[in-house]
Design a protein around this ligand. Structure first.
Ligand SMILES: *[C@@H]1O[C@H](CO)[C@@H](O)[C@H](O)[C@H]1NC(C)=O
Ligand SMILES: *[C@@H]1O[C@H](CO)[C@@H](O)[C@H](O)[C@H]1NC(C)=O
Ligand SMILES: *[C@@H]1O[C@H](CO)[C@@H](O)[C@H](O)[C@H]1NC(C)=O
Ligand SMILES: *[C@@H]1O[C@H](CO)[C@@H](O)[C@H](O)[C@H]1NC(C)=O
Ligand SMILES: *[C@@H]1O[C@H](CO)[C@@H](O)[C@H](O)[C@H]1NC(C)=O
Ligand SMILES: *[C@@H]1O[C@H](CO)[C@@H](O)[C@H](O)[C@H]1NC(C)=O
Ligand SMILES: *[C@@H]1O[C@H](CO)[C@@H](O)[C@H](O)[C@H]1NC(C)=O
Ligand SMILES: *[C@@H]1O[C@H](CO)[C@@H](O)[C@H](O)[C@H]1NC(C)=O
Length: 814
């Protein structure tokens, strides 16, 4: 018998693949040590790895991209049970029960132990095989039958969703496929954040902290997208789809072009991030993240940590505190939070030398707080907190909230800034006398600097300008619902409406004019002019923002504070707003003709060339005013036909400033995440770089092409068939094709056939050339909107443009 085994072993050795890559793993052919398994087309590789930057000694079974030189692990087997050495490790099919298992030495045991297994109840001993597929799925096959999958890594994702994999629930087994972040940059053990489908059975996905606290939700699947993620529908690279069958409910991404390398990862920051691999720069480019703001992630910074959206790293400790683990913080694992640098001196007989440090403008932590009804003043509130040694902080407001105290631990604090329109409260943090003394020494220097900084920011003018809006805001926050009116700089007023006013004006929101990503727009009639003359009636459009938490709130504030202050004949007028609890509404002048897309793509009466040209010039003027004419440069960020409204005489007005970004203000890293609408987004934006007004120029160029051609550039970013050819090889992205024609001098081929040739050739050529200049990859090559206005009007000459390269790259990935 021993003889036979020896023979078998040597046979196995003869058949063992050359060191390096193997095709399958079986009982006879385990994967040993450093050997790897590579998928058929060479896309994915399976083997042992040490997390980049870690000091070795910890080895994990992982799957990564074979052709991506930056270590990018998409799946980990033994997440929490690392091996300690390469020698004598094996990935094998167990001869006892047919499971795939990883065996090797650990820090606790020098002799090999099973650290990971596919953990199936006993199946066919010995004859199973495992292989890695080109989609990144590691499968265990019964008796080598490729269609009989016993176990697969797609059913057990770690922190990454690759295209064709899924997150959801197996309804037959009750098992969930969830993403869970790594613990830190060097430790794949399960971290604090999880993305899971609603356990209650709906199509909604939740992002949770410590499996207990939901901090972000996708909203329900609408059939095309998730309610809070309108961008997903227009995703350039992947088609995100939710599917429910009797066997499962799950979400998957499907690549439009399987030559792209894209992934979604639940990051250490608790955000889901989408990346695309850029072969040119050999790097991963971020193009989407949710939640958009890092500080919306619950307790990101741990106990006694504070999240600051404006700083390079999101987390810092409260004054008087230091990271509980410096090592973890340097690895971007903030979950351990902070601890006191000097301990409190408190005895429960009431004697203490502890004091309080006021922290202005913070978002107070919810939960775990106690309201102290008896305390009527700040002093009483403070002494209530001081007299109990477990009390860590208090906040006092004269209004309904009164005195609130926090015991034991404080988490989910966020630093707010008055100039971003969100003001927080003062938190009074308990510190030892020693701690306070140290801080006061440091603080007197710091204050001087801070002040200089504030004055130095070239936004002082804006701040003054914004004062009226902020005042309005304050009134809202104070909860008063009565009508109030404020004069803005130009003497026109922004009216604060009550909910009942607007419900009456819109006949209980009965006449819906349309909808955008953030809500519906209703027609309404308001009595009374701005100055209260009741004989006058005027028509308005009321935009009712659906309650979308802070994202919606932010949009609302941006729109009020941006549009409330500016006026231009080509910008839609904001007349007022309403904020009653969760109900947020914006009231605009009514544009009887609706938006441009209806005329361009609606199939109804088409626009004449004259009208189109007027619209081009009008939109260009409106944008030029936003970019150059206001006190501060305003980037609209979402220029598209839906956001261009037409008044009675077809003159255009730019609307929907919810995305607008005031440059210099609120330049949080939200800039690096994608908003706006794909198809109109400049390449620098898709690739996650900060944007400038030139991003609007790009979108305007796209709209110009649409005005010229009468067809949509961006239908789901799917390719459009080039007119007349009917051959699938000739499908191309319309603007690229159009740009090519323009460069070749065939501008009339681009023009809308509905024009029947009735246009001014000179204007057409100029518009085509300008459109092509506007969509150049390099921001510097694109004209400014002021130049565009002049060029469209024929006041300056336009040179023949080159074909934009990035556009070409995006389309010719195949
Ligand atoms: C595994 O690879 C590492 C680095 O490539 C090498 O130093 C080590 O000797 C290899 N171990 C074995 C057992 O082949
Ligand atoms: C392979 O597995 C499938 C699914 O279990 C089964 O229908 C098929 O008969 C098997 N083929 C062979 C050759 O055993
Ligand atoms: C699930 O449903 C129960 C009962 O209807 C409800 O109390 C709970 O809040 C729901 N959970 C979630 C996560 O919505
Ligand atoms: C996370 O939850 C577990 C139990 O659900 C609890 O024991 C643990 O303390 C929690 N972690 C933190 C940091 O609160
Ligand atoms: C996205 O995927 C779904 C389901 O596979 C499919 O029905 C839909 O047509 C796809 N959309 C696009 C734009 O390819
Ligand atoms: C990619 O797509 C091509 C053509 O549609 C197909 O032949 C090929 O098998 C696909 N590759 C993968 C890995 O799916
Ligand atoms: C309170 O207790 C501390 C030590 O426990 C003691 O030093 C102090 O004198 C006590 N103070 C009062 C007012 O009893
Ligand atoms: C301090 O406050 C906590 C929480 O309210 C309470 O449980 C505790 O009894 C208080 N301690 C004293 C000495 O009052």
């Amino acid at each position: 018998m021993p003889l036979i085994i020896a023979t078998l072993a040597s046979l196995a050795l003869c058949f063992a693949p050359a060191p390096g890559a193997a095709a399958t793993v079986s009982a006879r052919r385990p994967l040993r040590g450093n050997d790897t398994l590579v998928s058929a087309q060479g896309k994915f590789e399976l083997g042992l790895f040490s997390p980049a930057g870690s000091s070795g000694g910890r080895l994990y079974l992982g799957i990564w991209y074979k052709n991506v030189p930056v270590q990018t692990v998409v799946w980990v087997g033994n997440r929490a049970a690392p091996l300690s050495a390469v020698a004598s490790t094996e990935l094998r099919v167990s001869t006892e029960d047919g499971n795939l298992e990883l065996v090797g030495p650990t820090s606790a045991s020098a002799s090999p132990v099973v650290v990971w297994s596919s953990n199936l109840s006993p199946s066919l001993p010995g004859s199973n095989t495992a292989e890695i597929r080109d989609d990144g799925n590691l499968v265990l096959l019964a008796g080598g039958n490729t269609s009989n999958v016993l176990w697969q890594s797609f059913d057990h994702p770690t922190d990454t969703l690759v295209p064709d994999a899924w997150v959801g629930e197996n309804k037959l087994t009750g098992e969930y496929q969830t993403l869970t972040s790594w613990r830190n940059a060097q430790d794949p053990a399960p971290g604090m954040f999880t993305d899971t489908v609603d356990p209650n059975g709906t199509s909604e996905f939740f992002y949770m902290w410590n499996h207990s606290r939901t901090y972000w939700r996708t909203g329900m699947w609408t059939g095309r997208t998730f309610a809070t993620m309108p961008e997903v529908r227009n995703n350039v690279l992947v088609n995100t789809t939710y599917v429910e069958t009797p066997a499962f409910r799950r979400v998957s991404d499907i690549l439009y072009d399987n030559a792209t390398i894209a992934r979604l990862v639940l990051d250490l920051t608790g955000q889901a991030k989408r990346y695309i691999w850029m072969p040119g720069s050999q790097s991963w480019q971020l193009y989407w993240a949710a939640p958009t703001l890092q500080c919306d992630v619950y307790a990101l910074c741990g106990v006694f940590g504070v999240c600051d959206q404006r700083s390079q790293l999101p987390c810092r400790c409260l004054p008087g505190f230091a990271p509980a683990s410096e090592v973890d913080w340097t690895l971007n694992d903030w979950s351990g939070g902070c601890r006191r640098s000097s301990s409190l001196t408190c005895a429960n007989n009431g004697s203490t030398t502890d004091g309080f440090l006021p922290l202005p403008d913070v978002k107070l932590p919810d939960g775990d707080s106690l309201a102290v009804g008896a305390a009527q003043s700040k002093a009483e509130c403070e002494s209530t907190c001081q007299s109990n040694c477990s009390c860590q902080a208090y906040a006092f407001s004269a209004g309904a909230k009164g005195c609130t105290v926090w015991h034991e631990e404080i988490r989910n604090l966020e630093q707010l800034y008055a100039d971003s329109g969100v003001s927080g409260s003062d938190l009074h943090l308990r510190l030892s006398q020693e701690g306070l003394d140290i801080l006061h020494g440091a603080d007197s220097k710091k204050r001087g600097r801070r002040l200089g900084l504030v004055v130095g920011i070239p936004l002082a003018g804006l701040a003054a300008l914004g004062a009226s809006v902020i005042l309005a805001w304050r009134i809202l926050l104070a909860g008063r619902r009565r009508l109030a009116s404020m004069e803005n700089e130009k003497g026109s007023s922004l009216v604060v409406y009550s909910y009942s006013d607007l419900r009456a004006a819109t006949k209980n929101f009965s006449e819906r004019l349309g909808g955008g990503s953030f809500g519906s727009v209703y027609h309404g009639v308001l009595k009374g002019g701005h100055k209260g003359d009741n004989a006058i009636q005027h028509q308005v459009a009321v935009k009712k923002l659906e309650s979308l938490g802070r994202q919606g709130d932010k949009q609302f504030r941006t729109e009020v504070s941006t549009l409330g202050l500016i006026q231009h004949v080509n910008l839609v007028r904001l007349l007022g707003f309403c904020s009653a609890g969760d109900e947020k509404m914006l009231v605009y002048e009514y544009m009887p003709r609706g938006s441009l897309d209806r005329y361009l793509f609606g199939g109804g009466a088409s626009l004449s060339w004259r009208e189109r040209h007027c619209i081009m010039v009008g939109v260009a003027r409106g944008l030029a005013y936003l970019h150059h004419g206001c006190h501060e440069c305003i980037i609209h960020c979402d220029i598209k036909p839906e956001n261009i409204l037409l008044d009675e005489d077809m003159s255009p007005r730019i609307a929907d400033f919810g995305m607008a970004k005031l440059v210099g203000r609120d330049f949080s890293r939200a800039l690096t995440t994608m908003r706006g609408t794909i198809g109109y987004l400049a390449p620098e934006w898709i690739s996650g770089q900060p944007i400038s007004a030139k991003a609007d120029v790009y979108s305007f160029g796209m709209v110009l092409f649409e005005l010229i051609s009468g067809r949509r550039n961006s239908d789901g970013y799917s390719m459009v068939e080039v007119a007349g050819s009917g051959n699938s090889d000739s499908w191309t992205f319309f603007p690229l094709w159009a740009a090519g024609k323009v460069v070749e001098g065939e501008v009339s081929a681009v023009a809308d056939p509905r024009l029947r040739g009735n246009m001014r050739p000179e204007e057409l050529k100029r518009a085509c050339w300008i459109a092509c200049w506007c969509i150049q990859d390099e921001e510097a090559q694109r004209p400014t909107m002021a130049q565009v206005v002049q060029a469209l009007e024929g006041a300056i000459q336009v040179h023949a443009p080159p074909v934009p390269r990035a556009l070409k790259h995006l389309v010719t990935l195949t």
